[in-house]
Design a protein around this ligand. Sequence first.
Ligand code: IPM
Ligand code: MG
Length: 357
Amino acid sequence: MTDTDARPLVAVVPGDDAAPEAMTASLGVLDALDLPVRLDILPDGAELGRMEAGEREAFVIERLDAADTVLFGSSNGTTPGLAHLRWGRGTFANVRPVQWRPGYRSPMARPEGLDYVIVRENLEDAYVGIMGNVEDLRASGLIGPRARLVYEGEGRYAAKIITRAGTERVARFSYQLALKRAERSGRHPSLTVSAKTNMLPATDRYFADIVAEIGAEFPDVKLTRYIVDDMAHRLVTSYDELDVLLLPNLYGDVLSDLAAGTVGGMGLAPSGCYSENYAYFESAHGTAPDIAGQERINPTATLLSAVMMLEHLGLDRPAARLDAALSAVYAEGRHLTVDQGGTATTSEFAAAVTDRL
Ligand code: IPM
Ligand code: MG
């Protein structure tokens, strides 16, 4: 490694519980791709856990910031870095593809039409961390008439914030993604936005209205609006009408897991978090502590996140090769992990993907 090395530097964070098993297996596959990248592999959560918390955080963040991008294994809180990668780096668009492939164990009767992308606003909404005692709200006069009917005594509150600037940028990102996807699919570009617009006009209707307003810059993209409870139903009944679905942060968190369930489970759910000039990539699932140490975790979510990362780095050919190898292993169906009805271990599945490259 020299300072003049032009190859991008990828920080690899193995994560906690079962996540390092998915990452180790995935790195074996990436190794076979012989990529023009440099990897900086960080210690896993078990090792990081031996450091004092503050020191650990500084140590990880320094390594993350030294890299051009990050492949992040799931964290149970022991491995730090997630908050830095989101709020510290301003990655405002969390992109979560929802795509069924032959061989995925979907619970849906007709999963063939499942091919859309959730864009989850990644920084605002209920994730701003404004929480406290209802007492303080009462003191500030912020308790409205309906709350007064049900609220007496002790309680807590959490606030959500939706800003114009934050909504405009994620809206533009989503319209652009809709145009890009339409170019590839030949379908009419379409964006769906959803929030609890009827009950929460101050935040949720505001969000949807701004998205509609930005639509004037993208006259070719058809915008559809649904209230978010109806949207949840539609993710199960009418998913084939969806292409790009934009959601505020918390609904995006909840509905992207629902969406992953329709495809065949969290083990298949990749994601990438983007700002204007930076992005990092992580599986959308948790650390699966119940199967840690058993070589059972499905590394597909990590590998599909790596596909997104390679595309981000402009490495379209290896990205397409990896993507096709994954599809081939599922279509063949002989080396699937337990969550997909197979008996393959994490590394056996990964070896099958490598064989297909
Ligand atoms: C996700 C996860 C995170 C979130 C957790 C781990 C903080 O559920 O990426 O979807 O809520 O955003
Ligand atoms: Mg989540």
